[in-house]
Design a protein around this ligand. Sequence first.
Ligand code: ALA
Length: 489
Amino acid sequence: MASTGIVAQLLRRKRAGTMHADAASEFGLHRVLRASDLTLLGIGAIVGAGIFVLTGVGAQHAGPGLIASFVLAGVACAMAALCYSEFATMIPVAGSAYSYSYATMGEFVAWIIGWDLVLEYAVGAAAVASGWSGYLRVILEGLGIHLPIEIASAPCTATPCVQGTAEGAIINLPALLIVCLMSAVLYIGIRESARLNSIFVSVKVFVVLAVIAIGAFYVQPANWTPFTPFGWMGVANGAALIFFAYIGFDAVSTVAEEVIDPGRDLPIGIIGSLAVCTVLYMGVAAVLTGMVPYIEIDAAAPLASAFVGRGLNFVAGMISLGAIAGLTSVLLVLLLGQSRIFFAMSRDGLLPAAFSKIHPTFHTPYVPTVITGIAVALTAALLPIHEIAELTNIGTLFAFVLVCAGVMILRYTEPDLKRPFRTPLVPLVPLVGIVFCVFLMLRLPLLTWSRFFGWLALGFIVYFAYGRFHSRVALDARAHPPARRRVGG
Ligand code: ALA
């Protein structure tokens, strides 16, 4: 009997209607964002380390076929973006894939996906903060300012030191400070955060456009042949690598509860930001592989090196500025997404109630904002985060697979739910999304897979020790008539 009870609880779903009621209650967030804010938040989260750094490694795997790698990864993301749009408009609450899984696949899968999203948002944010610090150091060196290594890198824990750490280092202070600063902005307000994000987005998009426009004059079409020197497998491997560059459009769905007209604005924000970035990325890939023979592309700073090689040091400097702006906005939006997911999980009772407290003046979920900020700051400042940064890719792809599957399941289990945006060609689009994402997951190293399973195993323990006993859906079901657990009070 008891085991049947546990299985029933693990599979218990939260109805979409209850989610709407939560968002509209005093425990919901303020709706202040518009389509333009969402598109800028999406671009804010997307354009960052991926395009400014990873294109170099991608080109080494795919050659000029890197352009096709960007198309391939873009297609996988487009399928997922369409599915995210259906869910986000149907259930416009904080929590993104976590909340959608709760509505379709039950509490346990929802918990697992919420736990998994920590890899995309918090681990991703720590990796970006560490990269930000590295870029700052290079820029300051260029200006003749030298940061002592003791305070500019995470301490070394392995021999030889892994990327992002250094011998003699004590703490990565720039990484710690930038996380604290962005968390402070998020604490103060979603509108203020969106405004700051739009400034960074303007800078980085300007820089990317400048790279394409100026670089176009230096393209030698001969560099594009052979187009696929490593065959289409090389293109696929390149796609798995540069997938990171697309991560972030889904962050738009985490602020669904703060959107004025979610049915109209969320698809514009999610699909619009992805479309803009896909075009920008293909342009950058074409220019880079056209300017420099693929074997000579620099893996560490591909864009800046391409321009330095042509004597255009000014453009290279501008690229560093664009990269700093890019990484700052990615960091801001990833921290934002993580706090909203913790908020949603807490409102459902799967995390302590304090996580869903809303600030009386700023109307932000300030407790998860502070806790996420502290955890990410300390991780980036003290740990070899680059070692586990690839977990971000697998965690995100896993979420995409579940969202694509969820769209098909909910079309079957709740066909009559109001869907302001419908994913076209169901089940084809979600199925293609799943196939693409699983394909990209399978190209990731075994070590990443074992770390991923280790993280999920830890999630199982936390759920069985805490969430299972505090789940609001389970508590409500036990109490007849349904009793609403006060959260945040
Ligand atoms: N897409 C983000 C970046 O490239 C995560 O930095």
